[in-house]
Design a binder for this molecule. Structure first.
Ligand code: PEP
Ligand code: MN
Length: 342
């Protein structure tokens, strides 16, 4: 990683370092942070002669060679001072709340419009809504691209940015062209490296965020953070880690709640952690305590499923979604707990 003396290199300087690393079979990938840009050396960066030549340039401050499987997302990386902003919240400075329906019902758009308004009034900063759905049973509703229009209309009506899951490469362009602010990578695709690479490429020059869920089968910490690195390596470091419960399940819950991995993640990476208590416990009555537990463990935010009338929802909503009043109480208590933690 090349750290220039100034906040970013001039085009001429970038050309010069690109020429040098190319001689050694490497490439340069600029990673644009809020204040400064750092320049990752992609390829085998161990060649001492290449490092010496780069270190000899007057405008280079230093070359950072941290030994880590995820050198950008590592807590020791110079990107550690990067702050991700979403929905008017700077992660780490305020508790981020993402809330909304599991699945947008294209036949009943009013449920989503009303839910969007209700989650805004409850204190959410970002609206979530599933357009395409990863369903265990191939015969159940798989989502509908028509819901993308409903999602964006709800965003316009409420002024809230939106988070929605993309499952294949073709979804990425549709979602970005529509104006989706945060792309969700679901637990089933958390290790789909070609999808992660495609997302990285597509958002490299945008300020889009990514909510990356933890893979279902007790995804190890390094594997989770490395998946985030796949995206960041293309130049956009706005990746948020989202524990959402793992298997084997804890008898009675949908998954095994894993908010307790938050402090462990934070020892290794600077990436913000936004916990999803809804998929973790899988039942609305357990969600508020799981949400508070996540905040107690140090989460930077929560992603909660909510619906104005859960029993009339589709996907996970009948089981998991909080009603607006319970959501509001949960958000209020979560913010109080967050304040105690500071
Ligand atoms: C969802 O957010 O509705 C979802 C399917 O999430 P996960 O990938 O965590 O199961
Ligand atoms: Mn869901």
């Amino acid at each position: 990683m090349i750290l220039p003396k100034t906040n970013r290199l001039t085009p001429e300087q970038l050309d010069e370092i690109t020429r040098i690393v190319t001689e050694f079979g490497c490439q340069i990938q600029p990673i644009v942070g809020a204040v400064r840009t750092i320049y990752a050396i992609v390829g085998d960066e161990r060649d001492e002669l290449m490092i010496n030549r780069l270190e000899g340039l007057a405008y280079v401050d230093r070359i950072d060679r941290i030994q880590s499987p995820f050198k950008l997302m590592d807590k020791r990386s110079d990107l550690a001072s990067h702050r991700i902003k979403l929905g008017g919240v700077t992660l780490g400075e305020d508790l981020l709340i993402i809330a909304g329906a599991c699945t947008i019902d294209p036949k009943n758009p009013n449920f989503f419009y009303e839910t969007a308004q209700a989650v805004k009034e409850a204190g959410a900063h970002v609206l979530r809504g599933g357009v395409w759905k990863p369903r265990t049973n191939p015969y159940t509703f798989q989502g509908d691209v028509k819901s993308l229009d409903i999602l964006m209309e709800a965003s316009r009506r409420t002024g809230l940015p939106v988070d929605s899951e993309v499952m294949e490469e073709s979804h990425i362009k549709l979602a970005l062209d529509a104006g989706v602010h945060s792309l969700q990578v679901g637990a089933r695709n958390a290790l789909n490296y070609s999808l992660l690479r495609a997302i990285g490429r597509a958002i490299a020059t945008r300020d889009t965020a990514v909510l990356l869920k933890r893979s279902i089968h007790m995804g190890p910490l390094n594997e989770f953070i490395s998946a985030a690195e796949y995206i960041a390596a293309f130049g956009n470091p706005n990746v948020i880690l989202c524990p959402r419960g793992t298997t084997p399940t804890l008898d009675g819950y949908r998954n095994h709640p894993d908010e307790s991995i938050t402090p462990l993640l934070k020892e290794k990476t600077w990436a913000p952690v936004v916990v999803d208590p809804s998929h973790s416990v899988g039942k609305a009555s357990y969600v508020p305590s799981a949400a508070l537990a996540a905040v107690a463990y140090g989460a930077d935010g929560l992603c909660i499923e909510a619906h104005v009338e859960p029993s009339k929802g589709i996907g996970d909503d009948p089981k998991q979604a909080l009603t607006p009043d319970v959501l509001k109480k949960t958000i209020t208590q979560a913010k109080q707990l967050w304040a105690l933690r500071r």
